[in-house]
Ligand binder design. Structure first.
Ligand SMILES: Nc1ncnc2c1ncn2[C@@H]1O[C@H](COP(=O)(O)OP(=O)(O)OP(=O)(O)O)[C@@H](O)[C@H]1O
Ligand SMILES: [Mg+2]
Length: 472
């Protein structure tokens, strides 16, 4: 229990008392340091981290009470245990009021002292654990979690640094899996609201009728099942931040209420008539095409403008250049660590395959792909065979195209399909032009011609036959 505990400081002007205290504590496994005056004690504290100060109330020079005052000024969390020969209730009250954690009157049994010390040691350990946990959460949501060295990601991090400390409303628009939630978390953690609540609501996951009550709360009897008053999540977020994820899925009537709330922070609970007010910073995100949603009247334009004070648009993974490999290695390490496996990296072919893929599901898709690889791989490096079947996903992506608002021309559709077929075939045949042409039943010349026409860029590989995808 005394493991990793810094020493405790004994301040007493009587040498014998210091020695006997030190012996008692050493027997219990506590490390101690000592000082014969308050002044010396303060000097020591500036140099040495201690977890507790045990001081006599009466000292030559500064008294134990003065010392207590000084300690509380510079180290407000430091517990101080006061010992005195004159135990009167008045003095005890004075010590406790001054911030002493306990008060012992001489003579006292060693167990009494040890009991008080062990409580302080426990408290110290709890505080340490708490601080470590807090730091871990901060770090896990902060900028450090946003991996990437591409210019786009660097810009993103800079914008977070600039915008986070302000109270500006933030709108995050981007494809699914591009890290919108990560950005929202980082903004909260870098803001002055960091110590307050961060409340996240996924508007798409809560049925429309319940979303209003979830957000703004309800009064007893407001609807069937409302058996007691319930505070809304905006109240929970008071002083902090609320993150409305998938805001594009919010119904129009609720959008109107949200707009009013955004104007001045006021709202009424469902079934209530009292106007309530909170101080909340709002961050909203959606992967929907918000412009189309406005055009089709699914999203209020005034709300869009109100939300759109600062806009973040995290880039799609396919636009992040070398970050694909960087992120792949990042997730590889993470999953190897989780699963206790040792895989040192990716084979050249696997790396190429990762670089060639379009990543319609962005970083989430990459993360899942790497998780799967780590489960399946038995070689020291990730092989192509452990990667998912990207051809299947290319077909899924094609369906996405079909659903896009502006339908692509037949010519584009055919070109895209042809490009996918050729890229997949190349990857499957280790980028050998001969083997790929043979597989596609066209001549090598025709393959080169089509690659040129479809703007598939390669450099020459190690031999006449192999090509290497062009660096981005
Ligand atoms: N830059 C990044 N570095 C490391 N991990 C990332 C990065 N961006 C996203 N991720 C990870 O990818 C996954 C998806 O990210 P996130 O949930 O933030 O996406 P999203 O944009 O909110 O997606 P959706 O629109 O589908 O909700 C998460 O596991 C997240 O931790
Ligand atoms: Mg999300």
């Amino acid at each position: 229990m005394t493991k990793d505990l810094p020493p405790l400081l004994v301040v007493d002007d009587e040498r014998n008392m210091r020695l006997s205290l030190e012996t008692v504590m050493a027997d219990e496994g506590y490390e101690t340091c000592s000082a014969e005056s308050a002044e010396e004690g303060l000097k020591l504290l500036r140099k040495q981290k201690c977890f507790l100060v045990v001081t006599d109330a009466r000292l030559g020079g500064m008294s134990g009470y003065d010392l207590l005052k000084e300690i509380k000024k510079s180290w407000p969390d430091m517990p101080v245990l006061m010992i005195t020969a004159y135990a009167t209730p008045k003095l005890a009250v004075e010590a406790i009021k001054g911030g002493a954690i306990d008060y012992l009157a001489k003579p006292f049994a060693p167990e009494e002292l040890l009991h008080a010390i062990s409580r302080c040691a426990e408290r110290h350990q709890l505080l340490q654990e708490n601080a470590a946990l807090k730091e871990k959460t901060l770090e896990s949501f902060g900028l450090k979690r946003i991996v990437g060295e591409s210019e786009e990601v660097e810009d993103l991090r800079n914008l977070i640094r600039i915008v986070a400390p302000t109270d500006a409303t933030v709108l995050i628009l981007g494809e699914s899996g591009t890290g919108k939630e990560l950005i929202a978390g980082a903004i909260h953690l870098l803001s002055k609201r960091q110590g307050q609540n961060y409340v996240r609501i996924n508007c798409a996951a809560i049925p429309e009728q319940l979303l209003e009550s979830e957000l703004f709360g309800h009064e007893k009897g407001a609807f069937t099942g409302a058996i007691r008053n319930k505070a809304g999540r905006v109240e929970e977020a008071d002083g902090g931040t609320i993150f409305l994820d998938e805001i594009g899925d919010m119904s129009r009537p609720l959008q109107a209420k949200l707009l009013r709330f955004l104007e001045d922070g006021t709202f009424t609970r469902v079934g209530g008539n009292q106007e309530l007010k909170v101080d909340v910073r709002l961050i909203a995100a959606t992967n929907r095409d918000i412009v189309t949603a406005i055009k089709t009247n699914a999203f209020r334009e005034d709300l869009f403008h109100r939300l759109n004070v600062v806009q973040f648009m995290p880039p799609a993974l396919r636009e992040r250049g070398n970050d694909v490999i960087l992120l792949a290695n990042h997730f590889l390490k993470q999953f190897c660590c989780l699963m206790g496996k040792q895989i040192e990296g990716f084979s050249k072919d696997a790396e190429r395959m990762l670089e060639m893929h379009h990543w319609p599901g962005n970083i989430r898709e990459l993360r899942n792909a790497i998780e799967r690889c780590v489960i399946l791989e038995s070689k020291p490096k990730i092989q192509v065979t452990s990667l998912p079947d990207f051809k299947l996903e290319a077909r899924l992506r094609k369906t996405d195209h079909d659903n896009a608002h502006i339908a692509p021309s037949l010519e584009d559709l055919v070109s895209n399909f042809e490009r996918d077929c050729i890229m997949n075939a190349l990857a499957e045949h280790q980028y050998s032009l001969n083997h790929t042409a043979e597989y596609l039943r066209i001549t090598r010349h025709s393959l080169r011609y089509r690659m040129h026409r479809l703007n598939i860029k390669f450099e020459h590989g190690g031999d006449e036959d192999t090509v290497v995808p062009e660096e981005q």
